[in-house]
Design a protein around this ligand. Structure first.
Ligand code: FES
Length: 121
C-alpha cells in the first residue's frame, strides 16, 4: 500500500463487541489500514495481551473476526499452529498481531479468556 504525501491514509471502521474486562461498552474507531490490528486495538485503549511482543508466537492476542475477514489476508500455517493453543478457538479466530487492517469494516469479538488466563483458571 503506497501512501501519497498530503493524502490521508485510508481507514477501516473497527467495531469491538463488548467484553466485560477489556471493553465493557464496546468500541468503534477508525483504524489505519496496513497496521497490525493488535496495535490499533492498543492505540484505542483496548488492553489486549501481547505476550510475545506481537510476533505471532504466543496466541495471547487471539480475537474473533466476526465480520470483514474476507478483506484481510488469509491465515498462514504458522498463525494456524499458534491458534491451536488459543482459548475458545473457532473458525473466525485470528491472532490480532498477524492481521493487517484492511477493508471497510471489521467486527471484532475478544475471547472471554486468553491463553494465559485459561492456564491460571
Ligand atoms: S502477540 Fe503473541 S501471537 Fe500475537
Amino acid at each position: 500500500m503506497k501512501e501519497r504525501p498530503g493524502e490521508p491514509r485510508p481507514t477501516t471502521r473497527v467495531r469491538v463487541l463488548p467484553h466485560d474486562e477489556l471493553c465493557p461498552a464496546g468500541l468503534i474507531f477508525d483504524a489505519r489500514q496496513g497496521r497490525k490490528l493488535v496495535d490499533e486495538l492498543l492505540a484505542h485503549g483496548v488492553a489486549i495481551e501481547h505476550a510475545c511482543e506481537k510476533v505471532g508466537a504466543c496466541a495471547t492476542c487471539h480475537v474473533h473476526v466476526r465480520s470483514g475477514a474476507e478483506f484481510v489476508a488469509a491465515v498462514t500455517e504458522d498463525e494456524e499452529d499458534q491458534l491451536d493453543d488459543a482459548w475458545g478457538l473457532d473458525a473466525q479466530s485470528r491472532l490480532s498481531c498477524c492481521v493487517r487492517v484492511l477493508g471497510p469494516e471489521l467486527v471484532i469479538e475478544l475471547p472471554r479468556f486468553t491463553r494465559n488466563h485459561a492456564r491460571e483458571n
